[in-house]
Design a protein around this ligand. Structure first.
Ligand SMILES: Nc1ccn([C@@H]2O[C@H](COP(=O)(O)OP(=O)(O)OP(=O)(O)O)[C@@H](O)[C@H]2O)c(=O)n1
Ligand SMILES: C[C@](O)(CO)[C@H](O)COP(=O)(O)O
Length: 226
């Protein structure tokens, strides 16, 4: 049974407010994307790694992955205008490999541990998919932006992370009819009627979204061991 990792890296990182998309910013001298790809290549559970990139980023990609000479790293695939479109194009790019399972992961989450890769694969094939998440522990409030309106129950609420692992054929079929604005692949899978399991993620596996997240990544990288 083969497992592929699909790393989506075609976003523009507008909330980072930098000229260079965040996945190509450097952490300890290597691109964020290098660290993310390396996390999956370091896993003996992963047979193929495919990165989805923006059409303007080929030279940035080539520079970013320099040194990752591993036959499991496939040529990059060009992404689309939404995350869901990029995932769909990436899945099509993996069709020739016909993996049993695919782990879809954000390039902007460079701190993905080996144990988390194993953990999202474990519930398959009993489930159609499994994703990393963290239970909400804070009180939740709906506000109008400045003033508290109503409290919201946190019972059963989880914050979704990636990786999100699926049986390849099932997520391909779900994406064919999927919503281009879906927040993540679990949303697309659940709308298609797939059964998806949540497994405990990790606070270190945060998504670099804002400049403050990048500062956090700069602090974490020196301690990070895979
Ligand atoms: N059209 C898109 C949009 C996003 N992504 C990827 O999806 C992941 C999660 O998206 P997000 O953090 O929202 O990234 P950006 O879209 O780059 O950021 P922003 O929304 O701030 O522009 C990132 O690794 C990003 O590169 C992608 O491959 N294709
Ligand atoms: C897929 C995701 O990382 C799950 O948390 C997230 O939804 C994608 O990022 P965005 O900030 O919602 O675009």
């Amino acid at each position: 049974m083969t497992n592929a990792a699909l790393i989506v890296a075609a976003g523009r990182g507008s909330r980072m407010m930098q000229m260079t998309p965040k996945q190509y910013l450097l952490l300890e001298g290597r691109a964020v994307l290098w660290h993310t790809v390396q996390a999956f290549l370091a896993s003996s559970d992963i047979d193929h790694v495919c990165v989805v990139i923006h059409e303007n980023d080929r030279s940035k990609y080539d520079a970013a992955i320099a040194g990752l000479d591993d036959p499991r790293l496939l040529p990059p695939v060009q992404g689309g205008s939404s995350r869901a479109a990029s995932v769909r194009l990436g899945l099509e790019g993996l069709r020739n490999q016909a993996p049993a399972n695919v782990l879809i992961h954000d390039a902007a989450r460079p701190f993905c541990a080996q144990e988390l890769i194993r953990a999202v694969l474990r519930p398959l094939p009993e489930f159609d998919g499994a994703f990393a998440g963290l239970p909400v522990v804070d009180a939740l409030w709906r506000t109008d932006g400045s003033e508290a309106m109503t409290s919201v129950s946190r019972d059963g609420l989880w914050r979704a992370q990636t990786p999100q692992a699926f049986r390849f054929g099932a997520i391909m079929a779900a994406h064919a009819d999927g919503d281009a604005d879906a927040a993540d692949d679990v949303e697309i899978a659940c709308k298609a009627g797939l059964r998806i399991c949540v497994v405990e993620g990790h606070e270190d596996n945060f998504k670099i979204t804002s400049p403050r997240d990048f500062e956090r990544a700069e602090r974490l990288i020196s301690d990070w061991t895979r």
